[in-house]
Design a protein around this ligand. Structure first.
Ligand SMILES: [Cu+2]
Length: 119
């Protein structure tokens, strides 16, 4: 009777082991991180660099280095930061290839900056 209990216990342990290793093997492979980031500045009433070339999926972070607020606003409505205060940032991830022209809605001379997204 005691031996039976031991066998049963062993069987249960083996089952748990098989289940564990199976569930481990069928778990989805970890997705390789392809996170890309690019930084840009807003300084002296200008976007720098004025043209940003990136790969699809890249996140661009703009930092406002000026003492007054600016915006990063797409001409086509693809993105709009709203007012970015001094020393704060705006991030946008570009998941669709294309050419994105943007400007600052507060200062009309801050025009024609571009993000070019390619595969
Ligand atoms: Cu501005």
């Amino acid at each position: 009777m005691k031996r039976r209990v031991i066998y049963l216990g062993l069987a249960v342990l083996i089952c748990i082991g098989i289940f564990y290793s199976c569930s481990k093997n069928t778990a989805p492979a970890p997705v390789k991180s392809t996170v890309a980031n690019t930084n840009a500045q807003i300084q002296n009433f200008a976007f720098s660099p004025a043209t940003i070339n990136i790969k699809t999926g890249t996140t661009v972070t703009w930092t406002n280095m000026d003492s007054m607020p600016h915006t990063v606003t797409s001409l086509t409505g693809a993105f709009d930061s709203g007012s970015i205060a001094t020393n704060t940032t705006f991030k946008f991830q570009f998941n669709t290839p294309g050419s994105y022209v943007y400007h600052c809605t507060i200062h009309s001379m801050m025009a024609n900056a571009t993000v070019i997204v390619s595969n």
